[in-house]
Write a protein that binds this ligand. Sequence first.
Ligand SMILES: Cc1cc2nc3c(=O)[nH]c(=O)nc-3n(C[C@H](O)[C@H](O)[C@H](O)COP(=O)(O)OP(=O)(O)OC[C@H]3O[C@@H](n4cnc5c(N)ncnc54)[C@H](O)[C@@H]3O)c2cc1C
Ligand code: SF4
Length: 435
Amino acid sequence: MKSDYFVYLLYIIPITLVMFFYLRGHSKRTVVHTEILRETIEAGLTEPATLHPVVDLNLCMGSGSCVKSCPEKALGIIDGKAVLITPAVCIGHGACAAACPVSAIKLVFGTEKRGVDIPQVKPNFETNVSGIFIAGELGGMGLIRKAVEQGRQSITTISKRKKSNAPYDVVIVGAGPAGMSSTLSAHEQGLRYVTIEQESTFGGTTLHYPRGKLVMTAPMTLPLYGKVNFRETNKEALMALWEDVLLKTGIKINFGERMERIDHQPDGTFSVVTAKSTYHTNSVLLSIGRRGTPRKLDVPGEELEKVMYRLIDPAQFQGKHVIVVGGGDAALEAAVTISEEPGTTVTLSYRSNAFSRVKVKNRKYAEAASASGRLNILLESAVTEIRSDTVKIEQKGNVTEIPNDAVIICAGGILPTPLLQEIGVKIDTHRGQVH
Ligand SMILES: Cc1cc2nc3c(=O)[nH]c(=O)nc-3n(C[C@H](O)[C@H](O)[C@H](O)COP(=O)(O)OP(=O)(O)OC[C@H]3O[C@@H](n4cnc5c(N)ncnc54)[C@H](O)[C@@H]3O)c2cc1C
Ligand code: SF4
């Protein structure tokens, strides 16, 4: 009798306690993750951008390894199964699939609702159009290390192509990780190349990461520069790397030059047309990513220097009159952070009557900034003209002119699909099928 009691104390009580805390932890986790999912649905942010995990619910045993492995906090566990609770932040690096102990996760492109257009690219990075190559995220695989590797490999293929009379061997379009790496490689291999980048600086998508963002990558080798031993780093360290690369290698990139179109020449070469020049080339390497080109307002004065399409440093607007145009997360974040700078007068202009596809957190911050008088929100409004020190805004038929020092347009991007189709590159639309 006494020994039964001892067994009870020794085993049953600890097991019961472990089970109690385990179940309590699990139900708490379900509550938290369900709430995040609810906010995601409410914000209308239910579709992932491109590559993302799908979970086989028959296999998933809710171990949570995927949740822990995801640096973007895109996954959660609800009722014992893994769920993509914040699809919009998933960047598709697949750490979750690798971490799953029962292989219940597969990575797919697109969803039934939102197809993802991916150009057909051969293993040597050439498209179906002879001489047009694609490297990096445009080809579907979105990771820094892969973009760097593809940039290098595609130039090796290009360097083996039969020469033509064109003055350039290759025009490289874009200076993100793929474009930087391919430029380094072209320089190293002595190719006649030119690299054009629509933005005023390098880095591509990495330049747009939020300040201090944790960046997960793996060691990689940059041509001409050498081995980079990053695993876990942050945005600032990555930007410092690109800067060091430019400084030490002497590669040249034409910043602020956007590719407008590519024309086929009768001899199989190409003319790459920008607003500043036309380049006659034997091959073109498109390393333009998937963000597209910033959408413009097409209003008088948009060419003024004070007009920009992204926020770099809110502090530069201290004491200034700023207007932010747009109704997405980028616009709200820009307007709120600038409004926190001393002496700013910030107006947020959006053409719709509500911010319907934004994170709840951003909408709340914007409402709080508006309530405190720091931010003037003008819904159902449109900028009609930008002048050197004012901006004209139309709202419900009334036009007002307000003082202005800077305009930040966050109206999304024009995706490269039509441009690719125009030059004859074949595109497949992926809708989340598991292969
Ligand atoms: C929020 C976020 C977090 C991420 N975190 C990570 C991470 O932790 N680890 C990781 O490995 N990856 C991460 N990624 C993915 C990674 O940033 C991308 O896969 C990578 O930047 C792709 O490189 P890329 O060179 O192919 O394209 P991009 O970096 O997009 O560069 C394309 C460049 O082409 C330029 N361009 C486009 N069109 C034109 C034109 N017509 N003319 C001239 N120039 C043009 C653009 O301005 C841009 O500079 C993240 C992505 C996002 C959005
Ligand atoms: S693919 Fe990457 S970002 Fe997306 S859920 Fe998996 S680990 Fe997270």
